[in-house]
Design a protein around this ligand. Structure first.
Ligand code: HEC
Ligand code: HEC
Ligand code: HEC
Ligand code: HEC
Ligand code: HEC
Length: 218
């Protein structure tokens, strides 16, 4: 019988199969990567309208301003809050008063239009989050935002995913600190952390694990 297809085509199905297999691995890999709660949004670092630096203003080796000086709502309300232009101008009407980098800040004060800071951390609307509840329990900013005091430009350090919230809710012990340390970026748990956490949980009546669906989805 005459050969219709040349010899090499015998291998063709295997080549095609291998190709499909490889593509599948790539697709599954990409889906896993982008859907994985451990990767979503981490590193998100939008460009801000004014080159405001936390490293310069909040680092202990620099101006050392406390987080609460600007994020005034953080201990008393669900939202931390972004400071109004006046907070900046209390200093910058004198310090670097002619700097180009502050032109937009001066303009904002004059016009009364707030600076259009770009939001970095954002939970979906169906999630209930409350800063004050966490700070009262002794969870520090650094546990959820990383070393903000080392950032020239704020970037998201943690996934803020459900899995991430739950991991701490199941065992918050390593993240509980004395009330005076909640904004201290250099604090680390000491040797007696387990003992401290136990007392803190009793004292504040913290009921871990806090994993009720309705706690975060109200
Ligand atoms: C002098 C005022 C000031 C101080 C002090 C300050 N911040 Fe901020 N912070 C800002 C401003 C303005 C923004 C908005 C612009 C930006 O994202 O950089 C901001 C943004 C942030 C954001 C991101 C908000 C978002 O959009 O998701 C976090 C988180 C944050 N600050 C945490 C901290 C922590 C933690 C400290 C203390 C170590 C601190 N800040 C100290 C002024 C301040
Ligand atoms: C407690 C005083 C204080 C407050 C409040 C403050 N700053 Fe500053 N800021 C400074 C000092 C001090 C410097 C460093 C000046 C220098 O380099 O000599 C500075 C530097 C800057 C610079 C760099 C200016 C340049 O030309 O290099 C920018 C931009 C800036 N601040 C923005 C802001 C913004 C925006 C806010 C409000 C969210 C703010 N600052 C609040 C004290 C302050
Ligand atoms: C338990 C984790 C956790 C801790 C602790 C925490 N944050 Fe947040 N923060 C978040 C989450 C989650 C969001 C996004 C919330 C949303 O979209 O409703 C956020 C948003 C923010 C924002 C932007 C929105 C807003 O609320 O104004 C700022 C500013 C901020 N945090 C500052 C701080 C500062 C300063 C501290 C410490 C004093 C702190 N956070 C402690 C988890 C935390
Ligand atoms: C680093 C640890 C940690 C992380 C991360 C964390 N939490 Fe919490 N959360 C706590 C602790 C501790 C409490 C206090 C529990 C108590 O007082 O019984 C708490 C309490 C709460 C409460 C109860 C507040 C109330 O009504 O009293 C809610 C809601 C909540 N967290 C939501 C979240 C959400 C949503 C996330 C993720 C975006 C999150 N938490 C991430 C440690 C954490
Ligand atoms: C500690 C807080 C917390 C608790 C408790 C919690 N969730 Fe969530 N959940 C979240 C957060 C935060 C997100 C948003 C995740 C994101 O932004 O990717 C979320 C997202 C979701 C979504 C959207 C799909 C997804 O996976 O992104 C569903 C569905 C959901 N939760 C169901 C539940 C159910 C059912 C329970 C109870 C077994 C529960 N959640 C308990 C914090 C919580």
């Amino acid at each position: 019988m005459a050969q219709i297809f040349p010899q090499w085509t015998n291998k063709a199905p295997f080549v095609v199969l291998a190709g499909v297999g490889f593509s599948l691995v790539v697709v599954v890999g990409l889906v896993w990567y982008y859907a994985s709660p451990w990767n979503t949004d981490v590193g998100y670092r939008p460009i801000q309208p004014v080159p405001y630096s936390h490293k310069l203003h909040a680092n202990i080796d620099s101006l050392s301003l406390d987080c609460r000086f600007c994020h005034t709502g953080v201990e008393t309300s669900p939202v931390a809050g972004i400071p109004p232009t006046q907070t900046c101008m209390n200093c910058h009407n004198m310090i670097k008063a002619d700097s180009d980098k502050l032109a937009l800040v001066r303009e904002s004060l004059k016009s009364g239009t707030p600076i259009a800071w770009v939001r970095v951390h954002k939970s979906p609307d169906y999630v209930y989050f409350d800063h004050s509840a966490h700070l009262t329990a002794g969870v520090g900013c650094a546990s959820c935002h990383g070393r903000i005091d080392e950032m020239e430009v704020v970037a998201q350090a943690k996934p803020l995913s459900m899995g991430w919230c739950l991991e701490c809710h199941r065992n918050p012990d390593d993240h509980l600190r004395p009330a005076g340390e909640i904004t201290n970026m250099n604090w680390t748990p000491g040797a007696n952390q387990a003992e401290f956490a136990k007392k803190q949980k009793q004292f504040l009546d913290i009921q871990a694990p806090i994993t009720d669906c309705t706690g975060c989805h109200r």
